[in-house]
Design a protein around this ligand. Sequence first.
Ligand code: ATP
Ligand code: MG
Length: 592
Amino acid sequence: MSDAVKRKKQVPQSPSASNFIRAAIEADLAGGKYAARRWGGKPGPAQVHVSGPPDPARIRTRFPPEPNGYLHIGHAKSICLNFGLALEYGGACHLRFDDTNPEKEEQEYVDSIIGGVKWLGFDWGPHLYYASDYFDFMYRAAEHLIETGHAYVDSISAEQMRALRGTLTEPGRNSPYRDRAPAENLTLFRQMRDGRFTEGEHVLRAKIDMASPNINLRDPAIYRIRKASHHRTGDTWCVYPMYTYAHPIEDALENITHSLCTLEFEDQRPFYDWLLERLAAGGLLQRPLPQQIEFARLNLTYVVLSKRRLIQLVEGRHVAGWDDPRMPTLAGARRRGYTPEGFRRFAERIGVAKADSWIDYAVLEDCMREHLNEVAPRRVAVLDPVRLVIDNYPAERSEDCHPPNHPQKPELGTRAVPFSRELWIEREDVMDVPPKGYFRLFPGNEVRLRYAYLVRCVRVEKDAAGRITAVHCTYDPGTKSGTPGAESRKVKGNIHWVSARHACRGDVRLYDRLFRVPQPGTERDFLEDINPGSVRTVAAELEPALRDAAPSERFQFERHGYFVADLKDSRPGAPVFNRAVTLRDSWAKDGR
Ligand code: ATP
Ligand code: MG
């Protein structure tokens, strides 16, 4: 694990630490930057799509996913940041599908993204947009750039364009078509739009500076020919805007104030500003213009967060699908039992930074654990059952015990759990010949059965292989938890159990990390870093109240961690649970 990873784990940032974004917003608000905005007033020459509320002090952010994959934990950071700031400053956050690339986008992804943002608990109100809704405007803006000498149609091949672009140390060179007259450019561009050329024959480029030290300003392509159907506009268009051209325009049309993006777009910012300045100067956009601010993307240990790699995991069947509980997608996290509140807490805790770093996966688990500890009712499950027989307890009898549903929340009350002569206990809670310091069951030793009686181990039964098959005990009727004097005799071991006669059997999936190493793919292909033991399913014995768990219902299984009834596979009567996270220090106070 790198030093950066360790440091992050040890020193989680305080909520507003290093939040330079909040600082920028507050400076803009204090300086009255948005006070002059004509929110909802008479639109400028270009019809502005979004009529904002008439409150000049409001900020607007946006979350702009490309609908070409499922949301992952990195997106959750961006969602929490954008929606969180809008909430904090009484503004709005838009959900905008950046669907400028006709080839890779699908409705399935749009639906899952909408579901994911909602699940995280955020609301975009009326502000749901699609970049493709602005294609008309983007096209007109391109004509405007041509007419004002800021764009030209280039007709060299892609290889020639690459060769002329130059390098980081050498300036680029002008294309022979760079000085075409605006009228000729306009004719050609319209012919491109009308489908008169094949893909790659021409491209529209911004006319900026081939010698610029910033390669992104060396006449970037802004429109290309693509003879592809778009998931929303169908075959209306055969020219499509490049992302770097489309994105600033989308922001400006929606009156976004602060356009937050990840660091790799830092070098694009001069083009972002160049473009919007020219369109505003031509009266096509209103001022004030949006401001791009970059922050470091989330890198999380033991997972991969790139769509390309996530697709490989799914298509290569290394996982059972996008919503496999081991996947770092929101759909997977939800099935895993992670909570929206846990994600929001995580986003606050890690804050935003200006430099890339790695966050340890344990920080995310801590956030989930903290929230689950608050909300998850306690239940009992025996994951590796062995039979315990209380020899002096009548076979036909049973009685109720009353464990608390939440030890820190007495208002959640208790529930009745049946106790009887034969119980299931954990295999590791009994030993024939105990090592030093083992306080649980072994012949002659006494332990407490949680919320019930003290029992003393009489003997164990074993099979031919020496494996314990049953434990025989006697109980002390005067020691039932909650009755006077019950606690007068102290014992060190305190173990959980379920009544064999009343228990419900269910599958429980115990998850481990999907990758064996903190930074998968750095030493070898990331697929070779997959942890072969990332899930283990056990047949558990569950207390009767778990029989009818509703899908997605979450619990703490005492001493085992936090679990959720699987969204897909669990049914009332036949429960299936996934472990979300283990308990911290779960054994320490059990005398282990
Ligand atoms: P990927 O790299 O996985 O393909 P992407 O950035 O291409 O992701 P988009 O759909 O374009 O995916 O992302 C939507 C928004 O989410 C963008 O604003 C992007 O900056 C943000 N985002 C994506 N990944 C991360 C991450 N790891 N950390 C923070 N923000 C992210
Ligand atoms: Mg992207």
